[in-house]
Design a protein around this ligand. Structure first.
Ligand code: TYD
Length: 215
């Protein structure tokens, strides 16, 4: 784990508002004079974005679940090596829209490969780089899908097209992960306003940062 920087990830189901929250949070944290970089998975670097295009292409209807899991892990590795690790080394804060827990939830649990099996392929990819903090934006799948239907119909990808039962499994998986990693994953009520969420998250990050500086 890097000494000065912090690696913070954001997780949640479709339509939970991660991207909006991260954008608002970025401005707030910058005001504190903390150097930070916002990125996303799958993607976040040129090579990783090419892998993202294969994974999310709506015409790839024959994609095997294990292939999907491996591609996410490959995209993650490239993004880590090229973007995240160098920034953490420089002492920056890195905020990532999704990371390992997405694979554990979507591929491991919802696709039925198994959380442990997906963790093990990701162990190779992440090589011990776990986030310092992870925020799970908690929103019921029905509500998330409703938000997507209202606002984002132009951006619907291959995973958005899954049935409600798939998204319910993803939600269930995150509940399991919250229990498994209580020190790292913090639940945030995503039915609040963006402003409320941002205030709450910012405080947790700054407290953790202060604690980290002491050690
Ligand atoms: P994206 O358009 O970025 O969706 P969102 O705004 O919900 O993050 O698409 C990413 C999709 O990929 C999303 O449906 C979640 C899925 N995903 C996985 O299934 N496994 C993973 O490891 C990651 C990072 C994402």
């Amino acid at each position: 784990m890097p000494n000065k920087g912090m690696f913070i990830t954001f997780e949640g189901g479709e339509g939970c508002g991660k991207t909006t929250v991260i954008k608002a949070l970025k401005e707030k944290i910058k005001k504190e004079g903390i150097p930070l970089h916002v990125t996303r998975e799958p993607g976040g670097s040129a090579i990783a974005e090419q892998i993202r295009n294969i994974i999310l292409d709506r015409s790839n209807t024959l994609m095997d679940p294990r292939t999907e899991a491996l591609l996410y892990a490959a995209s993650r590795r490239q993004h880590l090596a090229e973007i995240v690790l160098p920034l953490l080394k420089e002492g920056k804060f890195v905020l990532s829209d999704r990371y390992l827990d997405s694979s554990l939830a979507y591929q491991g649990y919802a696709r039925g490969i198994g959380i442990d099996a997906v963790y093990s392929i990701n162990e190779f990819a992440i090589d011990d780089t776990m986030p310092d903090l992870t925020f799970f934006l908690d929103l019921k799948p029905e509500e998330g899908l409703r938000r997507i239907a209202e606002h984002r119909s132009d951006e619907v990808n291959r995973l958005d097209l899954e049935k409600l039962s798939f998204h319910e499994k993803v939600y269930e998986a995150y509940q399991i992960l919250l229990k498994k990693y209580p020190e790292r994953i913090v639940r945030i009520d995503a039915s609040q306003t963006v402003e409320e969420e941002v205030q709450q998250i910012k405080k947790i990050i700054l407290d953790k940062y202060a604690e980290k500086q002491k050690n």
